[in-house]
Design a protein around this ligand. Structure first.
Ligand SMILES: Cc1cc2nc3c(=O)[nH]c(=O)nc-3n(C[C@H](O)[C@H](O)[C@H](O)COP(=O)(O)OP(=O)(O)OC[C@H]3O[C@@H](n4cnc5c(N)ncnc54)[C@H](O)[C@@H]3O)c2cc1C
Length: 471
């Protein structure tokens, strides 16, 4: 860093000190920690890290980076595997000091700062008997997940996370701090709900809260792989008949410590244990080799998958989708692919292959063009979550995820007639292979591009889906 920039960094430091915001450089206490990500393979060495405590500090950091020609990366929960919240040699806005949650119980509103994780929201909301649609792994960031859409256990009841978003405070590329709601800057609010990661730094989110019954029921089940057909049959039936109170994620995994491939099922029931066990009887009667289901306070629900989603190692995620009912023969062929893959690359044995059976009925009640998010449809997400330790396996793991996703996409295309049915790709599952903005924003592409041009014409926020926008 040249002398002039060093002086400017010192000036930034003292300006930000007033708000208890910090500026870190390589070697500073906390610098290495600020680079940590859910996936080690997504970590990069920033030249400067700013840890703001308020929107004004974010604004200063953005203006500083622009003035001195630094690339900007924004880190919420740090779960992107593509490196979109990291920068090599740029300025990192690390939102980890902005984790306050305020609950307005009378108005049933939950206000979460831009650096919160879902656990922060679940714990604060539960103090007031409330919940909202959050991510199914509670250490995931509210920021990235919300700005890209957001699916969760409560989606069957209340739709996507963005369908319950009432307001966003955002710092734009020119440093202005705006509030976006249906009435205030409505075009920006439209853009933030789906394409938000490419429009600015969200410093606060206001969500609609719902009275949450407690306790609820759920947990992890594992079955020997010969039970696949019965598990798929149960999940298909649940998808067709649920009123939104139940949801299930099934998949393939080899949980620790045995690391033996199994068919996994993570069940959720928004009701009492006795009722849940009756509802899930056909599944529970399949003699699971592991049954960790129980009643639990709602605030623990988004921790059910934490055990198969721990931090560390090299990782990639690939999103695709399927149209329920999932065909039995197709499910079997995917299981065969997974088994062959983990046998061939034993280093990737901790990988997961998940099929999310969240009812889409509420999601599709909202029009495809109501927000920039363009993946509303009856299809459900599939997440290929690959995990390995040896850098030499990067290529083989990433390539397998791509090839497998292509195979599934081809099957999905038979069911998705046109883009009004949704793009069939959830951008937040690292749409790394999206060729252009249309792949993620479908019928909304033109409007997304026009608004990007209005709010961030030089593509300052170009990481993640931002790279799809022409500079
Ligand atoms: C284990 C795991 C479980 C998941 N489960 C779910 C799930 O249940 N439902 C679901 O919908 N998705 C889920 N996802 C996908 C998740 O939505 C994305 O990975 C999301 O990007 C994570 O956000 P983050 O803030 O943790 O990530 P980060 O890596 O910090 O950020 C991801 C992107 O969002 C941007 N960003 C983050 N915060 C802000 C902010 N405040 N303002 C502006 N930009 C911001 C970053 O710059 C980056 O481009 C899961 C992912 C993982 C790894």
């Amino acid at each position: 860093m040249g002398g002039q920039v060093t002086d400017a960094v010192d000036a930034l430091k003292s300006a930000l000190e007033r708000s208890n915001s910090t500026v870190l450089l390589p070697g500073s206490d906390g610098y290495e920690q600020s680079l940590k990500r859910w996936a080690e393979s997504a970590e990069k060495k920033a030249a400067i890290v700013v840890q703001p405590t308020c929107a004004e500090a974010v604004s200063r950091a953005i203006l500083f980076a622009r003035e001195h020609g630094f690339e900007i990366a924004v880190k919420g929960g740090g779960h992107s595997t593509s490196g979109s919240s990291s920068t090599k040699g740029g300025l990192l806005v690390d939102l980890s000091k902005m984790r306050n949650v305020t609950v307005v119980p009378d108005g049933k509103m939950i206000i979460a700062e831009g650096g919160t994780i879902w656990e922060d929201v679940d714990l604060a909301a539960s103090e007031h008997g409330l919940s909202t649609v959050g991510g199914t792994v509670n250490h995931t960031g509210v920021g990235g997940l919300t700005l890209g859409g957001g699916y969760g256990w409560l989606s069957g009841l209340y739709g996507l996370t963005i369908d319950n978003l009432l307001a966003v405070e955002v710092v734009l590329a020119d440093g202005h701090i705006l509030n976006a709601t249906e009435d205030e800057n409505p075009d920006l609010f439209w853009a933030l709900r789906g394409a938000g990661q490419s429009f600015g730094v969200a410093t606060s989110f206001t969500f609609r809260g719902y009275t949450q019954r407690d306790p609820v029921w759920g947990g992890l089940l594992a079955f020997t792989t010969d039970k696949l057909q019965s598990v798929v049959e149960f999940a298909n039936n649940l998808a067709e008949t649920t009123d939104g109170q139940s949801a299930i994620v099934i998949g393939f995994a080899a949980p620790a410590p045995a690391r033996k491939p199994v068919v996994l099922a993570v069940a959720f029931y928004n009701g009492p244990k006795a009722e849940a066990e009756e509802y899930y009887k056909p599944l529970l009667n399949l003699n699971p080799v592991l049954n960790r289901t129980s009643d639990m306070p709602y605030k623990q629900v988004n921790a059910m998958l934490n055990g198969v989603s721990t931090h560390g190692d090299r990782k990639t995620q690939k999103g695709t989708a399927f149209m329920p009912p999932l065909s039995q023969t197709f499910a079997q062929s995917l299981l065969d692919d997974y088994l062959a893959f983990v046998r061939g690359v034993p280093d990737a044995i901790a990988s997961v292959f998940l099929f999310e059976y969240f009812s889409q009925k509420k999601v599709i009640e909202i029009s495809q063009t109501a927000m920039s998010f363009a993946n509303r449809g009856l299809h459900s997400n599939i997440l290929l979550g690959l995990r390995w330790t040896d850098k030499d396996n990067d290529a083989v793991c990433r390539e397998w995820a791509r090839t497998e996703a292509k195979k599934i996409d081809a099957e999905l295309k038979k069911h998705i007639q046109d883009s009004r049915d949704g793009v069939g790709q959830y951008g937040n599952y690292d749409g790394i292979d999206a060729a252009n903005a249309w792949d993620l924003f479908g019928v909304n592409t033109e409007r997304v591009l026009a608004l990007k041009n209005k709010y961030d014409p030089t593509n300052v926020f170009r990481k993640g889906a931002g790279r799809l926008f022409v500079e």
